[in-house]
Design a protein around this ligand. Structure first.
Ligand code: SF4
Length: 367
């Protein structure tokens, strides 16, 4: 693995690929606008300065590929509501602790006020928490794209098989292809090409992107997260653009197949089906873009006990919505690096390890 990593980061290969891209770029009139959907790619691009190597040829725009970032404040408000319920232990992944709800409060604040909120590294730790606290109702606040949904499904399976009576779930699992579809519908600033997420594609396969390429006439490349993975994907997208070929390419052969991971897909399908609509931060309500419990497992759904919490506007100056739509960049937000920092985040894009604002703050600083 170490040898493979060294190869995929080798400076001479990186510079040769960048040269290829820059030569190809001489044949186009204006830079190619490439949206990298996944926050992991955003961090890899900014951390390794890949944008600076191909700056005359490519303009990167960042997409809605950070699961914490795309959750609207109304869902955070629901988490806060559940955490404040007497006798409840709210369990979530670490990043969720610091995302502000519509009143600016976070789960971290809620815990400081006495609520029992715990973060875990793996959802399966919830089983142990429930067993040790039989008198409490334990709610797992589940977030993530197709990558993490199988782990939540595994937790559901264990909960049922072990007959653990005190675990419920708040499901916020969202789907990438419908979000790309929504981004491409009637978007005057639509990107010229996409880098599709690598980890998500391990589960889904690259087949769903092929349908999007055909429908919207846009090239898409599935890529890994090393510098050479990303530069190879850019070169392929550029060739597609120049030759006017709208196809999906898999540049991440070593882990992504055409149809993905069947076992993981079956596990997810067993417990979840498609929600009619889900509200995404920045993108608004997108049909069929998230999961919910199948009817027969609805008794495990903690959301049914929450009164209606109206959707709230985000902070009036925060531009997370525009950033997640690829219409703005972190440094264009007036709060970036002054009122909003990783230590005191105003919006979700500064909280998460995959957020675009956090990436620029961490690797480029405030200029
Ligand atoms: Fe929102 Fe902060 Fe990013 Fe501005 S810098 S868009 S306030 S997260």
């Amino acid at each position: 693995i170490q040898q493979l990593k060294e190869h995929l980061r080798h400076p001479s290969v990186i510079s040769s690929l960048a040269d290829d891209i820059n030569k190809l770029g001489r044949t186009i009139d204006q830079p190619l606008r490439i949206m990298e959907i996944c926050g992991g790619h955003t961090h890899a691009i900014v951390k390794n300065g890949l944008d600076t190597l191909v700056t005359q040829v490519v303009r990167f725009v960042h997409g809605p590929g950070c699961p914490v970032c795309v959750l609207p404040q109304s869902r955070i408000d629901q988490a806060l509501y559940l955490a404040r319920e007497n006798g409840t232990i709210l369990v979530c992944l670490g990043d969720m602790m610091r995302v502000p709800g519509s009143e600016g409060e976070t789960l971290q604040h809620c815990r400081a006020q006495g609520a029992d909120v715990r973060f875990v590294y793996s959802p399966l730790e919830t089983l142990d928490i429930a067993r040790k606290n039989p008198g409490s109702s334990v709610v797992f606040f589940a977030i993530g794209f197709e990558t993490t949904t199988p782990t939540t499904a595994a937790l559901v399976q264990h909960t049922i098989d072990a007959k653990i009576p005190n675990i419920k779930f708040h499901i916020n699992h969202v789907l990438v292809p419908p979000a790309i579809d929504a981004l491409l519908h009637g978007n005057r600033q639509r990107p010229d090409a996409f880098i599709a997420p690598g980890h998500v594609s391990v589960i889904t396969g690259w087949k769903p992107y092929e349908l999007l390429s055909q429908k919207h006439h846009v090239p898409i490349a599935v890529a890994g997260f090393e510098p050479i993975d990303i530069l190879e994907a850019i070169r392929e997208l550029l060739i597609c653009h120049i030759k006017k070929i709208d196809i999906t390419l898999n540049s991440y052969h070593r882990v992504v197949s055409y149809k993905g991971n069947h076992r993981a897909q079956e596990l997810v399908d067993r417990y979840f089906d498609i929600r009619s609509h889900f509200n995404w931060r920045g993108l608004g309500s997108i049909p069929a873009s998230a999961l919910q419990f199948r009817e027969e497992y609805s008794h495990l759904d903690a959301e049914t006990s929450i009164p209606h919490i109206p959707a709230q506007d985000t902070h009036p100056t925060c531009q997370c919505g525009a950033i997640l739509m690829g219409q703005s960049h972190p440094w264009e937000c007036p709060l970036f690096g002054n009122a909003c920092t990783p230590a005191h985040p105003v919006g979700s894009c500064m909280v998460s390890n995959e957020g675009a604002c956090a990436a620029y703050y961490r690797y480029r600083g405030v200029s």
